[in-house]
Ligand binder design. Sequence first.
Ligand code: TYM
Length: 342
Amino acid sequence: MTAATHTPRVFSGIKPSGGLTLGNYLGAIKRFVDMQGQDYETIYCVVDLHAITVWQDPAELKNATREVAAGFIASGIDPTKSILFNQASVPQHAELGWIFNCVARVGWMNRMTQFKDKAGKNAEKVSLGLYAYPSLMAADILLYHATHVPVGEDQKQHVELTRDIATKFNNDFKCDDFFPMCEPIIEGPATRVMNLRDGSKKMSKSGESDMERINMTDDADTIAKKFKKAKTDPEPLPESLDGLSERPEARNLVNIYAALSDTTNEAVIAEFGGEGWGKFKPALADLAVDKLAPISTEMKRLMDDPAEIDRILLAGADRAQEIAEPILQQTYDIVGLLRPKR
Ligand code: TYM
């Protein structure tokens, strides 16, 4: 089978560690929704096994998993059109992850910038799971022979590593294109949403201050306050896009506006060029509230019935296993491992 003949299939995932941010929404979930019902089969996963590579309070993890699932559904992922499940419910992920631990090289892991950022000076003390994380991520993708992986910019290196693992496996075991060369899909104006207080840092759920991010569950007043207090410079918005190149905070807010309104940065500049922040920030806050309030209301409604979320995830896990199990079985066979057919 050549890469071109693999069924077009999308896979992506989000960790249930802390709440969802506007970065997760614009860089990932919103784009997952756009890809649903197109020419691909779409598989979306709450990657709870990835979350525990750093400490998670067991009392909170299950709820955090349900909350990410609720975020997916409330944003428009339809569990009848896409396969939606949590990673721990499909044990084949961990099985293939182990095989890839034996394919990937230590030197490859040492080059992962996200590991270096997360481990910082503490690299000796972090979990082995955090180090091997990209290998499990490769397993998530390749377990479904996924061909397209929509992610934010920060995940590009991990998807490239997935391709390296697929290539080495295919070569080592002389199995042609058994694992496809997946493509990272990193598109749109908000593939890297930045921190609202420091335009040089990514918006993340683990940042120190809540004021630096928009959470998917923030209420209207909080969203308005955070945008009002977002760091900017004294200049008005430029008349052309070039004028944003040395202005990271201004560029970030324009990117967010463009992504939320499904338009381009050029169109935003055409509308607001020359205007001051006193006009742009309230317009951005109104737009964000308009788009996010129905999602957070729906998330809360879904979270009132955790049993229903569990039922949806379980049904998704059954469908995921129908694809994953034969691929894993073939992988074991290729490697020469005995594994009874399930
Ligand atoms: P995670 O949980 O950190 O983030 C989930 C998705 O959100 C995107 N994202 C952002 N996009 C734009 N701006 C931001 N500030 C921002 N913050 C987060 C991420 O790029 C990601 O797409 N390793 C992955 C999860 C994962 C995965 C996979 C993804 C595990 N297995 C297989 C794709 C395929 C992660 O930690 O994402």
